[in-house]
Design a binder for this molecule. Structure first.
Ligand SMILES: O=C(O)c1cc(=O)[nH]c(=O)n1[C@@H]1O[C@H](COP(=O)(O)O)[C@@H](O)[C@H]1O
Length: 234
């Protein structure tokens, strides 16, 4: 029997492996996917990722590669071969870099790993973006990088849910929109700037919702996860 395709990706930004595993022990791969980012990968390495894959979870290995094409291609191949569901690069690394990454995964021992590209980080607002690129709004920059990513043959992008409606008009239906910056109504936004609730994000056409602190720092993480799933009909 094939397992379900949960839309919530829990960002496991823990600095303690036991705390992370205690949380994961309460979960079922049908409730959520898991994201391992730079902190946990640096602390606990590929073995931690393999443990989660062995427990049946779809794992998004979020290392946001951004380097010359040859380096990124080799890194993406190594990441895919851990058996993960998804990996990512920065779209601003350019089309040649993204195509090299795509090709390297296709030739890896785990070619089904999805490859997406980060457009404009959800922690950036107009003023922060203006420090690095002038004359464009976050939405314009996201749309531009999404077009580049789609032409490079990737599976989708990381963006904020605030751009999802415009992206749904521009991109193919099967182009994946993966959105961090998801905050249930009333929860702390922290360093995230372009935020949206889970219900609104799904209504705007988002495929997968990345949620970290609102779940992992809750008194009862499992209860919050179940509430979010219920709110989006899962
Ligand atoms: O690629 C990502 O996952 C990502 C891209 C982005 O633009 N913004 C963003 O917050 N993220 C990640 O999504 C997670 C969000 O966590 P919370 O802000 O705690 O919900 C973090 O692990 C970030 O590294």
């Amino acid at each position: 029997m094939s397992k379900s395709d949960p839309r919530v990706i829990v960002a496991l930004d823990y600095d303690n492996k036991d705390h992370a595993l205690t949380f994961i022990d309460q979960l079922d791969p049908n409730y959520c996917k898991l994201k391992v980012g730079k902190e946990m990968f640096t602390l606990f390495g590929p073995d931690f990722v393999k443990t989660l894959v062995a427990r049946g979870f779809d794992v998004f290995l979020d290392l946001k590669f951004h380097d010359i094409p040859n380096t990124v291609a080799k890194a993406c191949k190594a990441a895919a071969e851990l058996g993960v569901w998804m990996v990512n690069v920065h779209a601003s690394g350019g089309r040649v870099m993204m195509e090299a990454a795509r090709q390297a995964i296709a030739q890896s021992s785990h070619p089904q790993t999805k490859l997406i590209a980060v457009t404009v980080l959800t922690s950036m607002d107009d003023a922060q973006l203006a420090d690095v690129v002038s004359g464009v709004t976050p939405e314009q920059q996201v749309l531009k990088l999404a077009r580049l990513t789609e032409r490079a043959g990737l599976d989708g992008i990381v963006c904020s849910a605030q751009e999802a409606s415009a992206l749904r008009e521009q991109c193919d239906d099967d182009f994946l929109l993966v959105t961090p910056g998801i905050r249930p109504a009333g929860s702390d936004t922290g360093d995230q700037k372009r935020v949206m609730t889970p219900e609104d994000a799904v209504r705007h056409g988002v495929n997968y919702l990345v949620m970290g602190r609102p779940i992992t720092q809750a008194d009862d993480p499992l209860a919050v996860l179940k509430e979010v799933n219920a709110s989006i009909g899962q």
